[in-house]
Write a protein that binds this ligand. Structure first.
Ligand code: NAD
Length: 291
């Protein structure tokens, strides 16, 4: 989507960190109308405080992206305030790390429900609306470098982000006929508030094998990201990726050696079977069927 001026963006997790960076850049630098949707009223309030003396069209919506009915109402509200949405940013996400053997079902469900199913809820809510308004559109999914590499203690988060990676790649293939582009933004460290993500954990996921709202843990987690990219700089990169309709927006080349090693192992595993007799059998059938 090259021409963004005057278009409408709906950004989940828009009250903080990566999502707020996107709201700032899309509203103030790209001239878009922006809806910021967030589960935390305090994040929305702080964000709106930032925009109040700026010439920006930004509207806050309190939304838990795991609540499908509320999502429909939020989409209706966005359309009522600014008109049809052309850019959906599935940015909201949470993380909690620790030994996977300690994880409860609630620990799994929380991260999968927000990080993966929240993205799915955005797609199910907005894609039919985008197709209907016929103006084309774009979906920006924020995954993570955890969609490509594994980290000790991050099994649940990595599971959710790998899924968003696969979803994005296939979604792009399926939606191109509707003139809807899809990009997958995969940051490494971002200086955000994700260290205190458990504060947004819904009560229904109350059983945990991990930490709660512990300031000491928050401090340790923050030290792993406070050197990270500024969300506004990341959003400028994302904006260029959207304009070019890039599938992958991967601005962390520090990960090249790790991803190369991971890809090498995948290729090695595929090549191991190159001489297996069934490969030739399958090839002949496909050839005879013109596949
Ligand atoms: N910070 C990093 O180092 C980093 C690295 C890679 C990827 N990411 C991804 O970036 C995205 C944004 O995270 P961030 O780092 O800006 O964190 P953040 O905590 O600063 O912002 C996330 C926002 O999402 C909101 N949110 C949480 N659960 C929600 C829900 N159920 N419904 C609606 N809103 C909800 C939070 O209230 C918060 O305002 C996430 O998907 C995260 O996985 C972050």
């Amino acid at each position: 989507m090259r021409d963004l001026e005057g278009k409408v963006a709906f950004i989940t997790g828009g009250g903080s960190g990566v999502g707020l960076g996107q709201a700032k850049v899309f509203a103030l630098e790209a001239g878009m109308k922006v809806v910021i949707a967030d589960i935390r009223q305090d994040h929305l309030d702080q964000a709106m405080d930032y925009f109040k003396d700026k010439d920006a069209a930004v509207h806050p919506v309190l939304l838990d992206i795991t609540d499908r009915e509320a999502y429909v109402k939020a989409a209706d509200e966005a359309e009522k305030v600014f008109g049809p949405v052309q850019l959906l940013c599935n940015t909201a996400g949470v993380s909690q790390f620790g030994p996977v053997e300690n994880a409860t079902y609630d620990d799994w469900d929380w991260q999968i429900d927000v990080n993966l199913k929240g993205v799915i809820n955005g797609i199910v809510t907005f894609v039919p609306r985008m197709i209907k308004h016929g103006q084309g559109g774009h979906i920006l999914n924020t995954a993570s470098m955890s969609a490509f590499v594994s980290t000790p203690g991050a099994t649940i988060y990595t599971t959710s982000k790998y899924a968003v990676r696969g979803l994005s790649e296939n979604l792009r293939m399926d939606l191109s006929k509707h003139n809807i582009g899809v990009s997958c933004l995969c940051p490494g460290g971002v200086n955000s508030n994700i260290h205190e993500a458990v504060l947004s954990r819904q009560k229904r996921y109350k059983n945990t094998g991990y930490y709660g709202a512990d300031p000491e843990v928050f401090k340790q987690l923050k030290s792993a990201i406070d050197w990270g990219i500024d969300p506004v700089d990341l959003a400028r990169i994302a904006l260029e990726g959207i304009r070019r309709n890039d599938l992958w927006i991967l601005p962390f080349p520090e990960f090249i050696p790790t991803v190369e090693e991971s890809n090498r192992l995948v290729m090695q595993a595929l090549r191991r079977y190159e001489d297996h007799p069934d490969v030739e059998r399958r090839r002949k059938i496909m050839e005879s069927r013109g596949l």
